[in-house]
Design a protein around this ligand. Structure first.
Ligand code: UDP
Length: 313
């Protein structure tokens, strides 16, 4: 019998690619989303397929599903720093109560559980690159705390369900990921720079642009998550999933300008508070555990993403 997977946040950027991937592999997919930051457009082409079911619901409400569920992908949450202020309470509740509801369902259905956690659990890291053993440098009250601390709580909760209730849990710490289906107005670096470049508006580098990030194309990311979920014997494993090729923000601005053939100026704006200075995953564990490493070069993935944004008109 076909296995069934629940994807919370399934209409979001990452969640919708996950739904699509699982459907292509013959899973029955239940997508649960309140279509807050996610979008109907992301799942439009899946609605009506016989192995796809959409439940419009906020994940902070108890999840009731009849029948079997074999896998729970917990992928609901806004993830853009521009939302960390306006949607602070929502983010905290989604990652705490929402994760609890997804874990309760996994417990009830005896399903495997994968938490989409984040490199933000490392905060503004003092260790570089970041290994899974690093415990982080996080403000409990700063502007990024709603996301950072609720992801940390979600990891703790997942491990509590493992210890207390023997739920099979796996944690993926996702580093900066980009690709088609990010929102135009998402606010994160890749959509922001691409939209600015395409419209000939100034490309806004925050600070002096010397801070670094490492960017993973969404296909690579989904492949890593699927392997972490499907491989037997990995309960209780925490793994970074990301691309270790590191760029400064200024390099990204120049690259986007070049790839879009844009005449936009690069301008400098104040650096947001607590913006991490450096970020790069150590992926030795993912390589060993999952035989996984990213394959898509940043330039190639960016071009695909540019095409997507161009297509939106
Ligand atoms: N950034 C920037 N200009 C923008 C958007 C982002 O310089 O228009 C910088 C931001 O300050 C950070 C990096 O790009 O240093 C990545 O930001 P993003 O919001 O994508 O996510 P983060 O990695 O900070 O969670």
């Amino acid at each position: 019998m076909a296995k069934t997977a629940l994807v919370t946040g399934g209409a979001g950027f990452l969640g919708s690619w996950m739904c699509e991937r699982l459907i292509s592999e013959g899973f029955g997919v239940i997508c649960l989303d309140n279509v807050g930051s996610g979008s109907w457009r992301n799942v439009d082409h899946l609605i009506g397929k016989k192995n796809f079911k959409f439940i419009k619901q906020d994940v902070t409400k108890p999840i009731k599903i009849g029948g079997n569920v074999d896998y729970v992908f917990s992928m609901a949450s806004r993830a853009s720093p521009v939302d960390f202020d306006e949607h602070a309470v929502d983010i905290l509740m989604t990652n705490s109560l929402g994760t609890k509801n997804a874990l309760d369902l996994a417990r009830k259905k005896k399903a495997r559980f994968l938490l989409a956690s984040s490199s933000e659990v490392y905060g503004d890291p003092l260790e570089h690159p970041q290994k899974e053993t690093y415990r982080g440098n996080v403000s409990t009250t700063g502007p990024r705390s709603p996301y950072d601390e609720s992801k940390r709580f979600a990891e703790a909760l997942a491990f509590a369900y493992l210890r207390n209730y023997k739920v099979d849990v796996r944690v993926a710490r996702i580093f900066n990921t980009y690709g088609p289906r990010m929102r135009k107005d998402d606010g994160r670096i890749v959509p922001n720079f691409i939209m600015q470049a395409l419209k000939g508006r100034p490309i806004t580098v925050y600070g002096n642009g010397s801070q670094t990030r490492s960017f993973c194309f969404v296909d690579d990311l989904v492949e890593g998550l699927v392997r972490l979920m499907l491989k037997d014997g990995l309960s209780g494993q925490v793994t970074n999933i990301g691309n270790p090729r590191e760029f400064t923000v200024l390099e990204v601005a120049k690259l986007v300008k070049k790839l879009t053939d844009s005449r936009s100026k690069i301008i400098f704006k104040p650096l947001p508070k607590d913006d991490p200075a450096r970020r790069k995953p150590d992926i030795a564990k993912a390589k060993k555990l999952l035989g996984w490493e990213p394959k898509v070069p940043f330039e190639k993935g960016l071009l695909e993403t540019v095409d997507y944004f161009r297509g939106l008109g």
